[in-house]
Write a new protein. Structure first.
Length: 667
């Protein structure tokens, strides 16, 4: 009976392992104190690099809990970096962390950038982050390359970078992660060896850390999968002593998952269900969707063993509906197989056949893909070998011919050498003169280009300044002139109606006065649009906030996030930035059909950064070349005017525009 239970546990384990690896996130046991300390650094530290580090750590903490907050902290950290090559390199690592669960290709690109930059720095911290970047790069490629690739990355790239620092917490952590991978591949003895290495280090140098906590849980899991419940229980108890003082920590969900495996191994299913229900509370509280699904799959397995088929079926169907676990096709296939067997045991052959067909169809598809992959690998291997053979053959023929030529022409060697030297000298002189001429031409073209740019800037400046002056003049004329006249007309009409208008016509006359009121209000709105009073009176941040409130609708939410906007910016710069934002918001509201818009404006010394994202229908980035619309062209003119750069990313899931401006481009 015990052997059957362990086999079922291993079945559940192999269904889940491919997804669990990337979800494990190391945060301190005293999570609240940790978060509070980072917030304190942000609020009180004057050192911007310390703030950047705190922002990055907060981004990593919230990456699976609150994606909007995680992205906001990531960008704030990037903005805060001041002359630090290490922090600039670490930004790419944390960018990879942000994308790891969302877009593995983007995550892989970010990790590769981090590895490239960190390899230039020869410090222990740089080596550790390079090791982490290699490890997470392997995780991002796991579904494409398989576990052997990830093990190779760990043994050849990650661990060697930190092994030279001997007994460090970082080395203990990486040993523990390698042990997880080996456990997932049923290499239990090797996993135990690396877990022991990790524990030897961590119990000595990091006795009260989450790294040691997870090492205990990993060792317990390894024993569970070997049906060694008593040995597993010892390490569960050690993990419990570490986490017990922190009942509000998100790490409790991982603890209860380890406890669940232990109870299942010991065939204490009722206690396992209690542990599952407690773990689900933590997993749902901290948005640990994958871990929640893993709890549910274990719950299904227990309910099935207890012959509670209806409840077990409901759990499996919930897993299919939620979809987190079945993103991996192998997991989905396994769920189909379980549903088929469950329907058969419940005496429903028709439903069992339906799930079996789903299983077979997906299984055939996966087998077909695997065959194609193997064929491609064999073809690549054969083509490489064939090319190497041909190259070797050609090299041999070439060497033979050269030997024959040398033997026949030895007496011409000195003369030929002199001739070659003379020819090379002539060619060198010719190429040198040609290079000088080319450089002169480039210098002239560069000067002409600079002159053209300066002239274009003068023209643009003149146009924009004239445009703003004309806006200001029209706004003043509308507000003070025509607006005042209409107000005077309203007053005169009101006085006239009291003296001369008959009572039975009063109602119609009031409607006319109301229409006149609406016209005056619309006129003043147009005047404010031409030259917003809030910008002149209260500054850029207030004006942008008013602009966002103006565009907000019942079906549209605009989240404006200002960061360190300087109130001392010159008025001309503030006006140009305001016009840029006015154009961006107008385009998003008018064309995108979005429900949410995120607008972030931040300033760092002379640089002003704008990020606007929406969840609308997107647009063609080349639209300004294919239509006569002036919106994007005017936008680019104002960005160029401030020596800025603009990057547009748009697809069917929405639009993201990033703009960087130089506030000292104009006075």
């Amino acid at each position: 009976m015990k052997l059957i239970t362990v086999r079922r546990l291993i079945l559940v384990f192999f269904i889940l392992f491919s997804s669990h690896l990337q979800s494990q996130q190391i945060v301190p046991l005293n999570e609240k104190k940790y978060i509070d300390s980072l917030q304190t650094i942000i609020e009180t530290k004057s050192d911007t690099n310390s703030k950047a580090t705190a922002y990055f750590l907060l981004s990593n903490h919230y990456r699976n809990i609150d994606s909007v907050a995680s992205k906001r902290y990531l960008l704030a950290g990037k903005t805060s970096i001041k002359n630090s090559s290490l922090l600039s390199a670490k930004y790419f690592y944390y960018e990879g962390q942000y994308y790891l669960e969302r877009n593995k290709d983007k995550a892989a690109t970010a990790y590769q950038k981090a590895i490239k930059e960190l390899s230039k720095l020869k410090t222990e911290e740089a080596d550790y982050f390079q090791a982490l970047s290699w490890y997470n790069y392997g995780v991002s490629q796991k579904n494409k390359e398989g576990y052997p690739f990830l093990v190779k990355i760990m043994l050849e790239k990650s661990i060697p970078l930190v092994e030279k620092y001997k007994e460090s917490k970082n080395l203990g952590f990486l040993y523990s992660q390698l042990a997880i991978i080996l456990t997932y591949n049923a290499e239990f003895q090797k996993a135990e060896n690396y877990n022991n290495k990790a524990l030897t280090i961590l119990e000595k140098v990091a006795p009260s850390t989450s790294e040691l906590f997870f090492a205990y849980l990993n060792m317990a899991s390894n024993f569970c999968y070997q049906a060694k419940g008593d040995e597993a229980g010892k390490f569960i108890q050690k993990a419990e002593k570490l986490i017990q003082p922190f009942p509000s920590s998100s790490l409790n969900s991982s603890f209860y998952y380890g406890k669940t495996l232990h109870f299942i191994t010991k065939q204490r299913n009722d206690e396992a269900l209690i542990a599952i229900n407690k773990g689900l509370i933590y997993a749902k509280k901290f948005n640990q969707n994958l871990l929640a699904q893993m709890f549910l799959f274990n719950k299904y397995d227990i309910l099935k063993k207890q012959k509670k088929f209806v409840e077990a079926k409901n759990v499996l169907e919930n897993i299919l509906t939620e979809k987190t676990l079945i993103i991996d096709a192998n997991n989905k296939k396994a769920v189909y197989k379980q549903l088929s067997g469950l329907a058969e045991e419940m005496g429903n052959p028709q439903e069992a056949l339906k799930w079996e067909k789903n299983y077979s169809s997906l299984n055939d598809s996966l087998n077909s893909e695997n065959i194609k992959l193997e064929i491609n690998k064999l073809e690549t291997k054969f083509n490489t070998a064939e090319k190497e053979r041909k190259i070797a053959h050609l090299d041999a023929e070439k060497a033979q011919k050269e030997l024959e030529i040398n033997k026949k022409n030895q007496y011409l060697w000195i003369l030929g050498l002199a001739s070659v030297f003379l020819i090379m000298l002539i060619i060198s002189i010719y190429l040198y003169n040609k290079k000088l001429e080319k450089q002169r031409k480039i210098n002239i073209e560069q000067k002409l280009k600079e002159i053209q740019q300066k002239e274009q800037l003068k023209i643009t400046k003149a146009i924009l300044e004239s445009e703003e002056k004309e806006r200001e003049r029209i706004a003043k004329d509308l507000h003070d002139g025509l607006g005042g006249m209409l107000t005077g007309i309203k007053i005169n009409l009101s006085v006239w109606s009291v003296n001369y208008l008959q009572e039975n016509n009063q109602e119609d006359f009031k409607k006319i006065l109301n229409q006149l009121d609406d016209s005056v209000n619309e006129l003043r709105h147009v005047a404010r649009n031409l030259m917003p009073e809030s910008l002149l009176n209260f500054g850029l941040e207030t004006a942008i906030n008013d602009l966002c409130e103006f565009y907000t609708r019942n079906d549209l939410e605009i989240d404006f996030q200002p960061i360190n906007i300087n109130k001392n910016l010159s008025l001309s710069v503030q006006i140009n930035i305001y016009r840029i934002l006015q154009e961006l918001l107008a385009n998003a509201v008018k064309h995108a059909q979005a429900a949410n818009i995120l607008l972030q404006c931040s300033q760092s010394d002379e640089n002003f950064m704008i990020t606007i994202e929406d969840d609308g229908k997107g647009f063609d980035k080349n639209i300004e070349k294919t239509t006569k619309s002036m919106g994007l062209r005017n936008l680019r003119n104002r960005v160029d005017y401030l020596n800025g750069k603009m990057e547009i990313n748009s697809d069917s899931d929405g639009t993201s525009i990033n703009i960087e401006l130089y506030t000292h481009a104009i006075s």
